[in-house]
Design a protein around this ligand. Structure first.
Ligand SMILES: Nc1nc2c(ncn2[C@@H]2O[C@H](COP(=O)(O)OP(=O)(O)OP(=O)(O)O)[C@@H](O)[C@H]2O)c(=O)[nH]1
Ligand SMILES: [Mg+2]
Length: 316
């Protein structure tokens, strides 16, 4: 949970602070725009004035969460045990629970707006979550290049730094927006609302969101998606669902990737599925290889079923 890891409080999307602000007091800082899909302006209430600590806190960065080296003042590392110790010491548990509620409550309200917009636009949205390197982008490059023949596809990429993943998606001929979360270890609903506005209309299409590689915090943050898909690769071992149960409990589909490596790894597929169903008896399971394309037919059939569920009239 992000009040524990500390990545959310004080730095949700709209309140991102430039990484270098502590060092450039009084100077109007320049953006590194390499990662930017579009240039955007800062509006500083106190332009040209030296920034006091309080002023920096109030600082009205009227800009997006994207592409910034974001961090909190004296930000400890996002998920480090050190940050938990630092943050928890002066705070009683009631206050902590209240902060959690506030952060998640605000996020949930924005997620509900996103969801309403996706429904109105007739766009099916999937939130891909996994540990770093499980193969989310590789899966999306293959799926997006194949699915784009039959419907509009867009991708929102979340990473702490770089626009590498968005570039990989774009080189497959699919529009992609990169969100850089800086010290943040997950995407939030406000980031998605903003990024979605920058994509072309995807009516009757699919929006894939690739969350930051992290099996913990993204579980708690609704982005307005139809469902979460957790990608687990064969190289990670069978016990991840037991170690990170929230993520597997929050997901509708577990996609076991890198199935082409099974024989090299002695990966135990039945055991992995059994562990996942211990924490989420309803989770569906598919095996794929983003490298060879194995299993993608079944994945597309699953995606089509979600579309049909979405299009079906609501039962009363
Ligand atoms: N053998 C094999 N390698 C794969 C497969 N899918 C991905 N890889 C490799 O795994 C590595 C990580 O893949 P990515 O697609 O970048 O993983 P990711 O989950 O997007 O990583 P982050 O965005 O950093 O969290 C790359 O070297 C891929 O080539 C697969 O199905 N089989
Ligand atoms: Mg990736």
């Amino acid at each position: 949970m992000c009040t524990i890891c500390g990545c959310s409080e004080g730095m949700p999307s709209a309140e991102v602070i430039q990484a270098h602000d502590a060092r450039d007091q009084g100077r109007h800082h320049a953006h590194g725009q390499d990662d930017c899909d579009r240039h955007h302006a800062h509006r500083h209430r106190d332009q040209g004035q030296p920034h006091s600590r309080d002023a920096r806190r109030r600082h009205d960065h009227d800009h997006h969460p994207f592409h910034h080296q974001a961090h909190r003042e004296r930000a400890p590392s996002s998920c480090g045990a050190g940050s938990a110790t630092l943050k928890l010491a002066p705070m009683n548990s009631e206050r902590l629970v209240q902060i959690e509620r506030d952060i998640l409550g605000k996020n949930n309200r924005i997620a509900a707006d996103n969801r309403a917009r996706f429904v109105a636009d007739n766009v099916l949205v999937f939130n891909l979550v996994s540990s770093p390197g499980a193969g989310k982008t590789s899966l999306l490059v293959r799926a997006a290049s194949e699915l784009k023949r039959s419907r509009p596809i867009g991708v929102i990429e979340g990473d702490q730094q770089t626009s590498n993943d968005a570039e990989r998606i774009r080189s497959a001929g699919v529009p992609a927006i990169q969100v850089n979360t800086g010290k943040g270890c997950h995407l939030d609903a406000a980031m998605i609302g903003e990024a979605y506005r920058r994509l072309p209309l995807l009516t009757r299409g699919i929006l894939f969101i690739e969350n930051v590689g992290n099996l913990v915090c993204p579980a708690a943050f609704d982005l307005g998606e139809a469902c979460k898909i957790v990608v687990l690769s064969t190289t990670e071992g069978e016990d991840k669902p037991l170690k990170y149960p929230d993520m597997f409990a929050a997901s509708s589909l577990m996609l076991i990737n890198k199935i082409d490596l099974t024989s090299l790894l002695a990966f135990d597929l039945p055991k992995t599925v059994e562990y996942a169903r211990r924490v989420n008896p309803k989770v569906e399971v598919l095996t794929v290889s983003a490298r060879t394309g194995e299993g993608f037919g079944a994945l597309y059939a699953w995606i089509d079923r979600q579309g049909r569920i979405k299009d079906a009239p609501e039962r009363t």
